[in-house]
Write a protein that binds this ligand. Structure first.
Ligand code: ADP
Ligand code: ADP
Length: 227
C-alpha cells in the first residue's frame, strides 16, 4: 500500500514574488520502503522534507500520509535532522531524551520505559541510558536521535542528511544500523542526501532531483540483494 503520496508539491519562500525552492514535485513511497531523495546542494531537499512534515506549509500541491491529507505536524511522523547537537535536550539524560516525545503523546510511564529500553538496545546504547548528550560522541548522539524517532513508532520516518555531520567510519556504522533497525521495526523511511553512493547503498528506490526549483528527474528502483 502507499504510505506517502506527494502530488504537484511546490514551495515558494517569501510570497508571490519570492524564491520558488521546489516546483511540481510528485512521487510516492510504498509502505515498508526505504526511499532516498538525492540532489545537488541547494536544490530544495530540506524544503521538501519540511513541507512533508508540516513544518512548512506548501504553497501548491498536496501531501497525503496513508491516504489522509497532511495538516499541521502529524503525530505519526518522526524526523531526524543532520544537526544532532541541536536536536537533543542537553539537560535530559539519553533515556529522557528518547522518552520526551512519548510524554508529549500522553504515553504512560511504564510503556515509555519499555519502549526506550527496546530502542536503546537496538541502537547499541543500553549502557548509556543515564548519560547526558555531552558525554557521548557525535555518532552516539545521532544514534539517540534515531532511537527517539523510532520510539514513536512513526508510520513514516523522515531523515534530513542524517549522516552528513559524522566521520566516514561512523557514517558506515550508522548506515548499517539504519538498515538493521528499519527491518526490525518494519519502518517506512524517506531520507534525503546529497551523497549518491549513500543513496544507492541504503535505498530500495532513489528519486533524483534537478537543481532548484527541484523536480524529479529520475525514479530508480534499486535491488542490491541481501545486505
Ligand atoms: P537543500 O536542502 O537541497 O540544500 P534547501 O531546501 O535548503 O536545499 O533550499 C532550496 C532553495 O531554497 C535554495 O535556493 C535556498 O537558498 C532557498 N531557501 C531555503 N530556505 C529559505 C528561506 N527560509 N527563505 C528563502 N529561501 C530559502
Ligand atoms: P518520569 O515521570 O518519566 O520519571 P519526570 O517527571 O521525573 O519523568 O521528568 C524527568 C525530567 O524530564 C525532568 O527532570 C524534567 O526536567 C524533564 N521534563 C519533563 N517534562 C518536560 C518539559 N515539558 N520540558 C522540558 N523538560 C521536561
Amino acid at each position: 500500500s502507499t504510505m506517502l503520496e506527494v502530488s504537484g508539491l511546490g514551495h515558494r519562500y517569501g510570497g508571490p514574488t519570492g524564491h520558488q525552492a521546489i516546483n511540481e514535485l510528485s512521487f510516492r513511497v510504498e509502505a515498508g520502503e526505504l526511499a532516498c531523495i538525492v540532489g545537488p546542494s541547494g536544490c530544495g531537499k530540506s524544503t521538501l522534507l519540511r513541507s512533508i512534515s508540516g513544518l512548512l506549509t506548501p504553497t501548491s500541491g498536496r501531501v497525503e500520509l496513508h491516504g489522509d491529507p497532511v495538516e499541521g505536524v502529524p503525530s505519526d511522523l518522526a524526523v531526524v535532522f543532520q544537526d544532532y547537537s541541536r536536536s537533543l535536550f542537553p539537560w535530559l539524560s539519553v533515556r529522557k531524551n528518547v522518552e520526551f516525545p512519548l510524554r508529549s503523546r500522553g504515553i504512560g510511564r511504564d510503556e515509555r520505559r519499555r519502549r526506550s529500553d527496546e530502542v536503546l538496545e537496538w541502537v547499541g546504547l543500553a549502557e548509556s541510558a543515564r548519560k547526558y548528550p555531552w558525554q557521548l560522541s557525535g555518532g552516539m548522539q545521532q544514534r539517540v536521535s534515531i532511537a527517539r524517532a523510532l520510539a514513536c513508532r512513526p508510520a513514516l520516518l523522515l531523515m534530513d542528511e542524517p549522516f552528513a555531520s559524522v566521520d566516514a567510519q561512523t557514517r558506515f556504522e550508522l548506515e548499517d544500523l539504519l538498515l538493521r533497525v528499519r527491518k526490525q521495526f518494519d519502518s517506512t523511511v524517506l531520507l534525503v542526501t546529497h551523497d549518491i553512493d549513500e543513496s544507492i547503498y541504503l535505498a530500495d528506490r532513489v528519486f533524483v532531483l534537478s537543481k532548484s526549483p527541484a523536480s524529479i528527474v529520475a525514479d530508480i528502483p534499486v535491488d542490491l540483494g541481501e545486505r
